[in-house]
Design a protein around this ligand. Structure first.
Ligand code: PLP
Length: 391
């Protein structure tokens, strides 16, 4: 029996446990203590995040952003169909209607050319998602939003550390959300961060995150008692989570270096196969620097994708997985009018995409085993059948 290579394995630096022990010794376990402050500082320094708040998840950060957009029932939010449910749910919780837009064939990000035609008098927000840590066409999106008076909420769950025209993703819209879920580049189990571009929005975000109270101002001595001042919920993580995360941020450069090496190795392996038309690799536009969040392949047909998934999982003990099912075709998406054919690229790509095992601690030996298995399969299957197929 071979050892099963997982799709993901959370990377532990080793210093996390010492920081958690410090938390216990200081008897400060609730949120916004010294480790949360350290995480804010490291996020600001490393990713030039102007105003940042740690949250319990990226989902929470998206919900904060939705609350800060002051949506009313029936307001519309434009987002890609090819995304995680939280991008839509955060706004639906505020009574808004998600309007699903198709994605680009190259980056698999929202197709900015389709946004304008999706705007109606009820549109309030555009929520681009930076798929696989590759930037959406933010200049175009921000220009449309500015001209049409819309807010931009970046779902940067997968995009911590990636850039667009030299600017970090998460710093380009009005609001942004990062994820530190165990599948992401920097992890703490479940966790995230909320980012705001303006000081004014940030001050309100502090309140929304603290159950709608001005408790943060009270702790800073700016008010002599704290009270209920706005809508809100409990979005701040405890100090144990922050302690774990601080250790991860301190090693951000090393984590990124390791991930980029793994990404480059898969990418170099897949190059000849792409050249002969057997599969397609991720495409990184010239203005974008990706963060090696994941490595995916696009197979020529759903049948080949499914055959490869079965081969890797069942025959090789390698856990390779598909990704998002288009939201407009989900049970919830259909209640908002989603129909087959509405987002043809998302529908097509979702059936042909496969993600390879990818995590910071993936060893050379295990990655070599994945590549050898892929070679065995591609030699037998893809090359024989790809001639008549276009990617
Ligand atoms: C694009 C996107 N948005 C949001 C999320 C939700 O992140 P979290 O699990 O931190 O809430 C994910 C999770 O993978 C995601 O991929």
């Amino acid at each position: 029996m071979t050892y099963r290579i997982p799709f993901n394995k959370p990377y532990v630096i080793g210093t996390e446990i010492g920081y958690i022990t410090q938390c216990l010794a200081a008897a400060k376990l609730s949120g916004d203590g010294p480790f949360t402050q350290l995480c804010h500082k490291l996020l600001q320094e490393s990713f030039r995040a102007p105003h940042v708040l740690l949250t319990t998840s990226c989902t929470s950060a998206l919900e904060m952003a939705a609350l800060l957009c002051d949506l009313e029932p029936g307001d519309e939010v434009i987002l890609p169909s090819f995304t995680f449910v939280s991008t839509a749910n955060a706004f639906v919780l505020c009574g808004a209607k998600p309007v699903f837009v198709d994605i680009r064939r190259d980056t698999l990000n929202i197709d900015e050319k389709l946004i304008e035609q999706a705007i109606t008098p009820r549109t309030r927000v555009i929520a681009p998602v930076h798929y696989a840590g590759v930037a959406c066409e933010m200049d175009v999106i921000n220009e449309i939003a500015a001209r049409r008076g819309l807010r931009v909420v970046e779902d940067a769950a997968q995009a911590v550390g990636a850039t667009y025209k030299g600017e970090f993703l998460g710093t380009l819209g009005d609001f942004a959300a990062y994820s530190f879920h165990e599948t992401k580049n920097f992890v703490c189990g479940e966790g995230g961060a909320f980012l705001a571009a303006s000081r004014r929005d940030f001050e309100r975000a502090e309140i929304v995150r603290e159950k709608g109270t001005n408790r943060s101002q009270f702790f800073r001595g700016q008010v002599d008692k704290y009270t209920w001042v706005d809508v809100g919920s409990s979005y701040l993580p405890g100090e144990i989570i922050a302690a774990f995360l601080a250790a991860q941020f301190e090693e951000a450069d090393d984590i990124m270096r390791r991930r980029l090496a793994l990404w480059d190795r898969y990418h170099a392996w897949a190059e000849p196969l792409e050249q002969q038309g057997s599969l397609r690799r991720p495409i990184i536009p010239a203005d974008c620097v990706h963060n090696a969040h994941m490595y995916y392949l696009l197979l020529p047909t759903p049948e080949l994708r499914n055959a490869l998934l079965t081969y890797l999982n069942a025959a090789c003990d390698i856990n390779s997985v598909f990704h998002y099912l288009p939201l407009h075709l989900s049970r919830m998406g259909r209640t908002f009018g989603g129909k087959e054919g509405q987002c043809p690229v998302a529908e097509d790509v979702s059936e042909r995409l496969l993600r390879l095992p990818f995590y910071t601690g993936l060893s050379d030996a295990d990655q070599s085993r994945v590549v050898a298995a892929l070679n065995d399969f591609t030699a037998a299957e893809i090359c024989a059948r790809a001639d008549s197929l276009s990617l």
